[in-house]
Design a protein around this ligand. Structure first.
Ligand SMILES: Cc1cc2nc3c(=O)[nH]c(=O)nc-3n(C[C@H](O)[C@H](O)[C@H](O)COP(=O)(O)OP(=O)(O)OC[C@H]3O[C@@H](n4cnc5c(N)ncnc54)[C@H](O)[C@@H]3O)c2cc1C
Length: 491
């Protein structure tokens, strides 16, 4: 961290949030301009910290690496999901499982259809290439239990697929954005070593932005825990799909009535900000294994399976995570109690249509936001997930899987009817931590990522997604950040 003083500072571009998107935007802007660029990150530096940089040591991260948010999965139920959000340089890509999948072309075609002109697959391809020239992606190791899952899918007639070559229905191995055990987050791949960054790019860690400085209809900088900093050419929001809208709202941008409820003076009424929160909703089938499963080599999620249940769909509509362990994600449990070793297969609705929201609990950025996931509010999601769960049970009945597992523990064999499956799914549904869409192109920002109604302010993170994509979202976030840097530099 380089800090030149706690007094008023000036820079050309101020990037808020040093996560997947922010590190890329800051680095690419520094390559395109000689102006001073400052990247602000609330958390600590990841450099030299194996708990942050070594994928196999994720469990060593203490609560201080996370913002400690929780979310409500379903309207009207009191249950709360722990909603992990990283608080450190590198953001959630130093906190995640490194599954790295390029979205199929139809995802970007859908974005364009929704108004994101210039975001089609052909236009995004060079940005993917730039990401791939900067990071290393390797196939996940093949634990025998993960292999049994892939073989089970093949027994049911699905092909084994190399997902690095493209997304289609079949089973196979997650590509990981990792070189051996070293994560390939954008801080590690784009910024390290921090001491060798060009002088006009500064990374300030342990610096939390409290609110934006807005003057004369423009973003002019930010107030931070270390004082104010002014930006001459642009302020770029990259605090993630939960905190980018929260920061905008505490600064007077957002749904006017909601801001007034919290005594915040309205600078611009952005009615859609914080709405349209999308996530991948999953539900697990859990099996007790005959013997202990571990240890795994790098991470407990190696194998995946993409299913296309609707033949008319433009791409697979279900994405699986096969887990070599079972973890509770609810604050109150246990919901998935197992008495011995177990594995799980969790299908999620790939292009889930239900929309939740991010709202303020109070006018201070330090008040934890209210996150309503509103799962299954769109009638498309739940029936599709029921069909996926029935298929998942069939995986457990294959010869390959029966060698590995002795019994289905959750939901258990007394769940059969649609109603029973729906009841089970509602009680255990969980996140895959892919929030996006809360400041979407076409609703809050223009296709060139300018916040509507306010000058010099841009959004560059997962908030900008106009629709959910088929696969884990980090690859798309990194591609979007590469594009964002081009758009902002030429604005
Ligand atoms: C547990 C978990 C597992 C996941 N697994 C996968 C996976 O395997 N594959 C995949 O593709 N995706 C995965 N994801 C999702 C993926 O990592 C994220 O979607 C992606 O990193 C989001 O990038 P972002 O830049 O939008 O936000 P982030 O990476 O979250 O970055 C936001 C940054 O802003 C900082 N910040 C926030 N508020 C402030 C403030 N006020 N002041 C200063 N700084 C601030 C945060 O500390 C953070 O560093 C996972 C996520 C989690 C949490």
């Amino acid at each position: 961290m380089r800090l030149t003083g706690d007094n008023l500072e000036h820079c050309d571009y101020l990037v808020i949030g040093g996560g997947s998107a922010g590190c890329i935007v800051a680095k690419r802007l520094a390559e395109k301009t000689v102006g001073r660029i400052v990247l602000l990150e609330a958390g600590k530096s990841d450099e030299g910290d194996p708990a942050a940089t070594d994928l196999s040591r994720l469990d060593e991260q203490t609560p201080g690496y996370d913002w400690g948010f929780s979310a409500s999965p379903l309207v009207g139920r009191g249950s709360r999901l722990n909603y992990a959000r990283a608080k450190l340089l590198g953001g959630c890509a130093n906190h995640n499982d490194c599954a790295f999948l390029r979205p199929p072309p139809s995802d970007f075609a859908e974005w364009e259809r929704l108004g994101a002109a210039g975001w089609g697959d052909a236009a995004m391809a060079p940005h993917y290439d730039r990401v791939m020239r900067t990071i290393t992606v390797e196939p996940a190791p093949q634990h025998p239990a993960s292999r049994a899952f892939v073989e089970a899918a093949k027994e049911l007639g699905l092909p084994e697929v190399d997902f690095q070559k493209g997304i289609r229905a079949g089973a196979g191995w997650f590509p990981l954005n990792a070189r051996g055990r070293l994560r390939q987050s954008s801080s590690i791949a784009y910024l390290h070593p921090l001491a060798r960054l060009p002088k006009h790019l500064e990374v300030w860690t342990e610096t939390m932005v409290l609110r934006l400085i807005l003057a004369d209809g423009k973003a002019a900088g930010a107030e931070t825990t270390r004082g104010a900093i002014h930006a001459r050419r642009g302020v770029i929001l990259a605090a993630g799909a939960i905190q980018t809208p929260q920061l905008m709202m505490v600064s007077g941008l957002g749904p006017a009535a909601h801001l007034r409820e919290h005594g915040i003076a309205v600078v611009a009424d952005l009615a859609q900000l914080g709405s349209h929160l999308r996530d991948h909703v999953a539900a697990p089938v859990v099996w007790a294994t005959r013997e202990s499963v571990g240890p795994w080599d790098i991470c407990p999620f190696e194998a995946t399976l993409l299913l296309q249940l609707d033949v008319e769909a433009p791409a697979p509509d279900i994405l699986f995570h096969f887990g070599l362990r079972v973890r509770e994600k609810y604050e109150s449990g246990p919901r998935l109690a197992v008495s011995g070793p177990a594995v799980k297969a969790s299908p999620n609705v790939a292009r889930a249509r239900s929309e939740g929201s991010v709202r303020l609990a109070g006018p201070d950025i330090r008040d934890k936001p209210v996150i309503d996931l509103n799962y299954f509010s769109d009638p498309y999601d739940l029936p599709l997930l029921v069909r996926a769960m029935r298929f998942t049970r069939r995986l457990g009945e294959t010869r390959n899987f029966r060698h590995l597992c002795k019994a289905e523990v959750h939901p258990g064999r007394d769940v059969h009817t649609d109603d029973e499956w729906q009841g089970y799914i509602r009680s255990v549904c969980e996140t895959v931590y892919h929030p996006c869409g809360t400041a979407a192109i076409g609703q809050v920002v223009t296709p060139d990522l300018k916040v509507m109604g306010i000058g010099n302010l841009f959004v560059a993170d997962a908030s900008l997604f106009p629709a959910m994509i088929t696969v884990n979202i980090n690859c798309a976030v990194m591609m979007a950040a590469e594009k964002a840097a081009d758009l902002i530099a030429s604005a």
